[in-house]
Design a protein around this ligand. Structure first.
Ligand code: RM4
Ligand code: MN
Ligand code: MN
Length: 414
C-alpha cells in the first residue's frame, strides 16, 4: 500500500459523506491542463543581473525536452508556449519544432510574439510614432500568425511593452488609435478557429502611461475586434489589493476570458512561483472558474472550458524544472480545492443572506488537505505520487547540468 492510501481513504469517506462526487472530482483533475513556458527553462534574471543556472536550457529543443519532463512528472502539463524570436529555429523550420515536441509527448501551445527587444522599439511597437516601426511590429505579428499554422497552435498571445515615460512625450489619443489599427490588422490575419489573447499590465517598462494598462482597455478592444479576441489575465499585472477573482468572473460572464499567465507577486510583476505568496487568492480564482464551468449558462461554461491556463514565470534563484513542477502542482492543488466547494449549498446560503455560513463553505473547502487525493489521482494516472521527489530521483537534473553546463548570460533574459 502506498504512503498516501490510508489518508486518502479517510478523506474519501469524509468527502462522500458531505455528498461530494469523488469520481467526478478525480475525472476533472485528470483532465486539467497547465501550459508551461519555453522561456521558464532558460536563464533569466532581474533588471540588474541574470545569473546563469547550471543546466538551464539554451536551445528550443532543450526547452522542449524540459517541458516534456515536467509533463512526465505531473501528467497535466502537455503543452509548451513559445516566444518568437527566442524560439526561432535557425533554419526557420517550425514544422520540425512541432514534430520534435510531439516526439517528446507534448504539443506547442500559445505563440508569443516579441515586439519589445529590437532596437527600433525604444518608443514602442504598434504605438510607436514612426510608421516604419509600426510596420515592422505588424510584420512580426503577422509572421507569428503564420507560425501558428506551422506548429498547429490556436493561440496568439499578445503582450506589448508599449507606453510612455513622460507627460507630453506622445499623444495618448493618437497612440490609442495606432494601437487599435494595428490590432485590427492582426485580428484579420488570425488563422481560422484560433484566438488572440490580449494581455494587459498596468506599468513597466513604461512608467507614465501604458498602452494596454488594464483589463477594461483589453476588454474594450476585444469587443471591437470580434469573438476571436479575448483577454489574458496575468496574475502579476495588477495594482496592490485588486480583486483578481472579480475581474475573472466579469470576463467569464461576458465570454471574454481567454487565458491566464500564472505567477505570484508581492509588489509588482514579480513572476514568482504561482501560489507561493498567496495560495488563497489562487484558490478563489479557481473557485470562480470551477463554478463558471458548472454553470447552466452555455456561454459562461463554454468560455470557462476554453480558458488557456499558462504559467509565465522567471525562476532566477531556485533552479528551473523543480520550481516549474511545483508551479503546476500548486495549480492542481488550488483546482482540487475549488472542486470541493459545495456550490449548491453555497448558493443557498448566499440567497438567504447567511454571510458567515457562505464564507465558511469557501474557507472550509480551502482548508481541506487534498494532497492524499492528488497522490491517488496521480497513482491512477500511472504517475509518480510525489512528482518533485521523483524528479530529483530521475537523474534528469544531473544529466542536464553535466551535458549543458553553464551558459553565459547578459541582460534580463537569456
Ligand atoms: C511581460 C508579460 C509577458 C511576458 C513578458 C516577457 O511582463 O508578462 O506575458 O511574455 O513579460
Ligand atoms: Mn505575462
Ligand atoms: Mn509579466
Amino acid at each position: 500500500m502506498s504512503d498516501h492510501k490510508a489518508a486518502y481513504e479517510i478523506l474519501a469517506e469524509s468527502l462522500e459523506k458531505q455528498g461530494i462526487d469523488l469520481e467526478a472530482v478525480k475525472t476533472a483533475l485528470k483532465a486539467q491542463h497547465i501550459e508551461t513556458p519555453s522561456w521558464g527553462y532558460a536563464n533569466s534574471g532581474t533588471r540588474f543581473k541574470a545569473f546563469p543556472w547550471p543546466g538551464a536550457a539554451v536551445t528550443t529543443q532543450q526547452k522542449l525536452d524540459d517541458a516534456a519532463m515536467v509533463h512526465k512528472m505531473t501528467g497535466i502539463a502537455p503543452s509548451v508556449a513559445l516566444h518568437i524570436p527566442w524560439d526561432r529555429p535557425e533554419d526557420d523550420d517550425y514544422e520540425a519544432v512541432r514534430q520534435y515536441a510531439e516526439a517528446q509527448g507534448i504539443t506547442i501551445g500559445a505563440i508569443n510574439p516579441n515586439v519589445f527587444q529590437d532596437e527600433e522599439y525604444r518608443l514602442g511597437s504598434l504605438g510607436n510614432p514612426d510608421p516604419g516601426v509600426q510596420e515592422q511590429a505588424l510584420d512580426h505579428l503577422l509572421e507569428c500568425c503564420g507560425i501558428m499554422t506551422q506548429v498547429n497552435s490556436d493561440l496568439l498571445s499578445l503582450w506589448f511593452a508599449d507606453g510612455t515615460n513622460y507627460a507630453g512625450q506622445d499623444s495618448l489619443r493618437t497612440r490609442k488609435r495606432r494601437f487599435e489599427a494595428g490590432l485590427q490588422q492582426v485580428y484579420q490575419h488570425l488563422p481560422p478557429n484560433s484566438r488572440m489573447l490580449v494581455e494587459y499590465k498596468f506599468f513597466e517598462p513604461a512608467f507614465y502611461s501604458t498602452d494596454i494598462p488594464d483589463w477594461g482597455t483589453a476588454y474594450a478592444w476585444c469587443l471591437k475586434l470580434g469573438p476571436q479576441a479575448q483577454v489574458l489575465v496575468d496574475l502579476g499585472h495588477h495594482a496592490q489589493g485588486v480583486n483578481i477573482e472579480q475581474i475573472v468572473t466579469f470576463l467569464l460572464d461576458e465570454g471574454r476570458l481567454g487565458g491566464f499567465h500564472f505567477n505570484n507577486r508581492k509588489y509588482a510583476d514579480d513572476d514568482l512561483i504561482v501560489g507561493s505568496v498567496n495560495p488563497y487568492e489562487l484558490f478563489l480564482i479557481f473557485n470562480e472558474l470551477t463554478s463558471a464551468t458548472q454553470s447552466d449558462d452555455q456561454t459562461v461554461s463554454q468560455t470557462a472550458k476554453n480558458v488557456a491556463y499558462m504559467i509565465d514565470q522567471a525562476h532566477n534563484i531556485e533552479g528551473k524544472l523543480a520550481p516549474m513542477i511545483l508551479s503546476v502542482l500548486n495549480c492542481q492543488e488550488a483546482y482540487a480545492k475549488s472542486l470541493l466547494v459545495p456550490q449548491a449549498k453555497l448558493a443557498e446560503a448566499q440567497a438567504t443572506g447567511e454571510v458567515l455560513a457562505a464564507h465558511n463553505l469557501i474557507t472550509d473547502a480551502y482548508r481541506i488537505d487534498v494532497r492524499p487525493l492528488l497522490a491517488q489521482v496521480r497513482q491512477e494516472m500511472g504517475l509518480p505520487t510525489d512528482p518533485i521527489s521523483a524528479y530529483w530521483a530521475s537523474g534528469y537534473e544531473e544529466k542536464i547540468r553535466q551535458e549543458r553546463g553553464i551558459t553565459a548570460t547578459s541582460g534580463g533574459y537569456q
